[in-house]
Design a protein. Sequence first.
Length: 346
Amino acid sequence: MFIRNAWYIAAWGDEVGDRPLARRILDRPVVLFRDQRGAAAALEDRCCHRGTPLALGQIVPQGIQCGYHGLVFDPTGKCVLVPGNHNIPRGAFVRKYPLMEKDDLIWIWMGDPQCAEPASVLSYPYHNDRANWPHRHAVYHIRGGYMLVIDNLMDLSHLGYVHGGTVGGTPATHIEASMRTLGTATGVRFDRWMIDSTPPPTYVRAVGFKGRVDRWQETEFFAPSTVLQWIGAVDVGTGVLRDWKYDGVREGGFSFRLLHGLTPETGTSCHYFWSAANGYRQNQPEATELLFEEVGKTFEQDKHVIEAQQTRLLETSEEGLVDIHGDGARLHARRAVDRMLAEESR
């Protein structure tokens, strides 16, 4: 079951250009394209004549043209041309989905269009601040349900086991981390601090740490499907933890911001939109490239685990699974999604 009355990432802005882009979202076929003004539009990917995917057609001045019999639909989904017909049949239209393009992202609303509030689209200003946060982005296709990826992001104790050679480091560092979890109006926030710890390999490659470090990981989940993180480290003794709040210096070490947007494709697959923004050596493009490569390796490792996990759960279900110490934030996230599902069902 999907939450439909919510904004999901449909595409990166630079994915939608002069050709139709087909994407399955919440198990529905969608085609994205840009009109003559450059504004993005999203329609049901099915011609109302013979059901041919519109994504097999092309972009024309009036909108998108079906590649089978040439019917043309404008960005509102209305058929504006039927070759050979003087009159357009009544009912010749396809469903239009509300879109909002913001901060390099194109967001889509799959539910009741009357409920779509553009002001509720999540803001991510770091995509617009390239001087201080140069970044790169990507999208992965995951053969696993989107909530499995959310689970993975909400429990960072796996870092030392799955990502020891990149951003993880030793398992003991994560198991012994100080952590605070807080429910929020939109989901959950959890912070982790690893004061006086060994820097993981990615951190050393990035800035050349010579000794131990003070690390922070600040994560916030916005239900149903977006996670924002600020992660970094400074030389040991520089970071300070007071009253469950990191109150130390963040400059001069290694830091980066991550955006994770999980959009369900089907019940057992999803689109994973992510970006990595460099908060150190910002004027050196090679540093941003290194960060992107290292984070990309990390997410490929997650992808491998999540897809194997999905395969096993399809055989056995989640019945009988147990919760452990690191599951606090994950359980908060699940409850936030369950609340949205219950509200929508009413």
